[in-house]
Each structure stands twice: as structure tokens, then as C-alpha cells.
Design a protein around this ligand. Structure first.
Ligand SMILES: [Zn+2]
Length: 584
């Protein structure tokens, strides 16, 4: 079909052009409209020339209207789009401090690939990414994988983390892996030793702790740099076993927080016992978090560190090292904790649950991992919007699943097609149907342009009956003799209900009559136009039922709403439909 004859496409272009015009004093621009259409309808990428002619045509039409007329049309036809626009314009993140000091804003997200990502990481990812975009800067992904012993990285998680970021539409501009950078860390370690700003401590840890708590030096601290450089060489050559030696950065020994005093920067890990999944047993001297992270932030040109306030002490530690190396510490923004009630965000609990088989996989619907949220049909837009609304404030924020669901519902409601699903199905026979009925059920109640599905109810010639699947709960709630309306079809009177079947008689077609009789509206599926359907619920239980046959055309990842049941994500379509329940 020629694009210009596609009325539905033309209408979509008109909507986008009108919205664009309203934002630009009544004059829509062609290119952003084309861009938006191509974003939504990938299949048109091969027909850009034709599309651009059509868009030009529609934009000309739209631009001929006065601004108030443009607004009126949108308010009347697509009020939800206008609300969305408004929210998007209003909700901007507060500006970052001292942006003018830097040529380019650079942020980073630095996960340890020892677990998959979950909702608890969303704040760091979204804020860092959004700020980089807001200032046309750079967003870095850095894998902090330098603890092969206690926070052992796992190969598959590097990819899973990349996937999660891509899904969140927070793709990094650059990527680094710390286990590739050991020689860089060694070089700076040597420099700190040479300048007398760090030392190799070979005391027993208990002894060191006692000294430092009393603001006293240990025996190693004041040895000349030359001696420390020799010990460092010994450390690299494997002369010390795990636990025998610690590389420490000097600080003020009277710093009020003892945890800051002469913090550990590198240590020996038994490389044979704890090989690294990427670099094997090549290294046995590994940097600790503050050292590697501090060096990298400077070398990678990070201008704004945006992270949780639990990192405040780390900044204090790292600032000593920055001073020694003559570096300027980046701007640091420390936000408060974000808790989601009812979501387990503990990495160790997730990993343990998987190991013990409590959770089937990383995307088990009970988990708050991104993989699970994705499978359940939570959209990345909803997560982003929620995080941006919360912003980078320092106070703690407690949200619930219901908050996230509300964001998600707002996104799904205008885009999800509607279908019927019958839970606890029971066969209902309706008698005395006088003629053939054609039920046209709109895919969306407010957007008839999205199309419909059609079911023909043709009564058996002599007896005039037809059979339907309806929910047992619906018919059992209704007394014998009561009127019920089969949505968008006709009204019936209940005559018999038992465990396995029900009977009713046709009364009338008009909706008015049903309204007057205060008849409940129930959904239905003609027997023979059905397919079995399994719904996986958020608690990992399953509900079996029947979906209408039109669902056969759905594809995995489609989001739909089962009317009077809830939004679901299509997981699998074959003889049986498998869906994941998102929320009401
Ligand atoms: Zn010592």
C-alpha cells in the first residue's frame, strides 16, 4: 500500500506534527517528526523518501492552523499525549555544580560484575546517564572487578550488565574493565611509595589496628621510601603470602574517623586459590576499591561522581591520594538511599536464593533484578521516570512496588491493546439467540484507529444457542434470573449455574437496557475461538485460563491488557499462550 493511502499512519503523523507544532509556537519541523515516526515504526526505514513526502504534506497542513486550533485538536483527540508532554517538560533534573569548570561533563557507572543488576542500581545508572545526556557529555561504564576473592566477578555478568544498560537505554559511550588495568595501578602505587606518601605494612593486622586506633604509627610507616620500594618489588615477585602484607596510603593519623587512617590500597591474594575469571592467576597483587576507583576517576576524566551517600568516607580517603598526586578531586554528588518496600535488593540474598534453587533464574518474577522486571513487563521508561522524579536528593526515599507500577501503568495504558482472558473458565450456553451477531471489539477503548477483533456468533439453526467461556467467578456472583451483559455483545438472563457449566437465555442487544437493569458487564470468549493461557504471577505461582483466539497473532514482548484482569507481557506463543503478569 502506498504510504499516502495509509490513513492510520497519516493520523499518527498528524498527532506527532501537532505536538511538535505546539512546542514550537505553532510551527512543526519536518525532521524531528520523521525521526519520531521512524523510532516508532522501524519498518518504514526503507521507505524514507515516501515517508518524508507524506510528513512534509501533513506538516504543511498542520502549520496552516493557528496555535490555539492545534492545541484544541490535541486536547480533544489525544489528551493523554498532552499530559505526557507536560510532565516531560516539567521534570528536569536539578543542574550539576560547577559544570563551567569542565570542557565536557563525564560521569561513570561502576558496577562489580559479581551479581546481575537490580533496581537498587537504577538510581546510579539513570542519574549518571541522564546528566551526561543533559550536558552532551560522556557516560562511562567501568567494571570494578579487582576482588577475585570476596567479591568474585563472574564472566556472564559482564554481558548481563551490558544488556541491562542497553535495555534501560543507558548505553555507555566508553567502557573499561579494571582487571585490564593492573599495570596502571602498579605504576601509581610505586609513585606514592617513592614520594613517601604510602608504605608497605608487614605488621600483624591486630597490631596495626591497635596502633592506628591510638593514632600511633606502626613500625613500618617511617622506614625510608627505598626500603618500601624494595618490599613492593618483593610483593610483586610473590615473596609475601596472602595476609602478610598491605600497601597503605598515608593519612592524618588523628583523623576523627579511624576507618580513614592509613587506609589499605593494595594487598596480596592467593592467585592459585582464587584465580580471576578474566585474567586467571596472572596477578596476585590486587588494588582495593578506593585505590583503583580513585585512580580511574582521574585518568578517565570523570568530572562528576554521582553515587550513594554511603561513599562519603571513600571520598575523604581518596582525597589524600589526590593531593599526593597533585590531582583535583571531581565534583561529588552523594544521594540518599532509595528503598523499595517488598523488594529484596540484597545481592547476597539473590545469589544465595539462585544457588539454593529458591529462584529459578535471574529473571524470577519475585526478584527486583532488571532481568525480572523486563520479563514482567516493567518498562525502562517507567524506571527512568521514577528515578528522575526522585532526583539526586540526599534524603532517603522509600518507594513501593505500587509507585513503580503507577509509572508503568501510565506508559502502558495508551499503548497496550486489550484482549479477553477468562480465569477459572466455565462453559456458558446461551439459548434463544434470534439471529447472527457480529461482535467488533476495539483493541483500545480510546483509540478506535488501532483496529478491532471480530467474533461472529452464529446460533445453531434449530435450537438457537451458542456457547461461551466465561469466568466461574462472574456467573456465580450472579443470581438465577439476573441480567448480565456480555461486553459489546448482548444481554442474557441467568438460568442455571453448577460446578461445570451454566445456562442463560438471550434477552436483548441494547446497552441501554443493560445499564437500566444495572447488569454487570462480563467478558467472554466463544467456545472454539479460544486458546489455553498460562499467567505467571509476580509471586511465581501460575494461573491457568483461556485467552481469545486473536491472541495467536501476538508476539513475545508485546504488552497487552487482559480486560478486567491486568496488564501482561507476552512471553511465549504456540499452542498455548504464556504471559507474565505485570500489574492491574
Ligand atoms: Zn606496619
Amino acid at each position: 500500500m502506498a504510504l499516502e493511502e495509509n490513513a492510520e499512519l497519516r493520523e499518527t503523523i498528524r498527532k506527532i506534527a501537532l505536538l511538535n507544532a505546539i512546542r514550537h509556537d505553532g510551527k512543526a519541523q519536518v525532521d524531528p517528526v520523521i525521526g519520531k515516526i521512524l523510532g516508532e515504526k522501524q519498518e518504514l526505514k526503507t521507505r524514507v523518501k515516501e515517508l518524508s513526502a507524506l510528513v512534509n504534506d501533513v506538516v504543511r497542513e498542520v502549520n496552516n492552523l493557528p496555535l490555539n486550533e492545534q492545541q484544541r485538536i490535541v486536547e480533544e483527540k489525544w489528551p493523554e499525549a498532552l499530559i505526557k508532554e507536560k510532565v516531560e517538560q516539567e521534570k528536569r533534573l536539578p543542574s550539576l555544580p560547577n559544570v563551567d569548570k569542565y570542557a565536557k561533563v563525564v560521569t561513570r557507572f561502576s558496577p562489580n560484575p559479581d551479581c546481575v543488576l537490580h533496581l537498587g542500581s537504577a538510581r546510579a545508572i539513570v542519574l549518571c546517564h541522564e546528566y551526561a545526556r543533559m550536558y552532551k557529555g560522556k557516560f562511562i561504564l567501568r567494571f570494578e572487578d579487582t576482588d577475585p576473592k570476596l567479591k568474585r566477578p563472574v564472566l556472564e555478568f559482564y554481558d548481563r550488565i551490558r544488556e541491562d544498560l542497553a535495555w534501560l537505554e543507558c548505553k555507555p559511550d566508553e567502557e573499561y574493565i579494571q582487571s585490564d588495568r593492573l599495570s596502571i595501578y602498579y605504576e601509581y602505587a610505586r609513585r606514592l611509595l617513592k614520594d613517601g606518601n604510602a608504605y608497605i605494612c608487614t605488621c600483624q593486622s591486630e597490631h596495626f589496628r591497635k596502633q592506628v586506633l591510638a593514632s600511633k604509627t606502626c613500625e613500618c610507616r617511617n622506614l625510608p621510601p627505598k626500603k618500601h620500594l624494595a618490599k613492593w618489588q618483593g610483593m610483586l615477585e610473590g615473596k609475601y603470602k596472602e595476609g602478610e602484607v598491605v600497601f597503605r596510603v598515608k593519612t592524618d593519623l588523628s583523623h576523627p574517623n579511624p576507618a580513614v587512617r592509613d587506609w589499605p590500597a593494595l594487598r596480596v591474594i592467593d592467585a592459585e586459590k582464587y584465580p580471576h575469571p578474566r585474567v586467571g592467576s596472572t596477578y596476585h597483587v590486587w588494588p582495593l576499591y578506593n585505590f583503583a576507583c580513585g585512580i580511574d576517576d582521574h585518568l578517565m576524566g570523570v568530572t562528576h561522581i554521582i553515587r550513594g551517600k554511603e561513599h562519603l568516607t571513600n571520598m575523604v580517603r581518596q582525597e589524600y591520594m589526590y593531593r599526593y598526586l597533585g590531582w583535583q578531586y571531581p565534583e561529588a554528588i552523594h544521594y540518599g538511599r532509595l528503598k523499595i518496600t517488598g523488594a529484596s535488593l540484597s545481592k547476597s540474598k539473590i545469589v544465595q536464593g539462585i544457588r539454593e534453587g529458591i529462584y529459578k533464574d535471574w529473571d524470577d518474577p519475585r526478584l527486583a533484578t532488571f532481568a525480572a522486571l523486563r520479563r514482567r513487563g516493567i518498562t525502562p521508561e517507567a524506571i527512568k521516570k521514577m528515578i528522575i522524579d526522585v532526583g539526586p536528593k540526599t534524603s532517603d526515599v522509600i518507594l513501593s512496588w505500587e509507585n513503580l507500577n503507577a509509572y508503568n501503568r501510565k506508559i502502558l495504558d495508551p499503548m497496550a491493546d486489550r484482549y479477553f482472558f477468562v480465569e477459572n473458565p466455565i462453559e456458558l450456553t446461551v439459548k434463544h439467540i434470534p439471529k447472527k451477531f457480529v461482535a467488533r471489539l476495539n483493541l483500545h477503548p480510546e483509540q478506535s484507529e488501532r483496529g478491532f477483533r471480530e467474533y461472529i456468533i452464529k446460533p445453531e439453526r434449530n435450537e438457537g444457542f451458542a456457547t461461551f467461556w466465561v469466568s466461574k467467578n462472574d456467573v456465580q456472583a450472579s443470581k438465577i434470573g439476573n441480567v448480565i451483559r456480555l461486553m459489546e455483545l448482548f444481554n442474557i438472563k441467568m438460568e442455571k449455574v453448577n460446578m461445570y457449566s451454566a445456562e442463560a437465555s438471550f434477552i436483548s442487544k441494547s446497552y441501554e437496557e443493560a445499564r437500566k437493569a444495572k447488569a454487570p458487564l462480563i467478558h467472554w470468549i466463544p467456545v472454539g475461538e479460544d486458546m489455553p493461557c498460562q499467567v505467571v504471577m509476580p509471586d511465581a505461582t501460575t494461573t491457568e485460563g483461556i485467552a481469545e483466539s486473536a491472541c495467536k497473532r501476538l508476539k513475545p514482548n508485546n504488552m497487552i491488557q487482559f480486560e478486567r484482569f491486568g496488564f501482561v507481557r507476552i512471553d511465549k506463543v504456540d499452542m498455548k499462550l504464556t504471559v507474565y503478569y505485570t500489574h492491574r
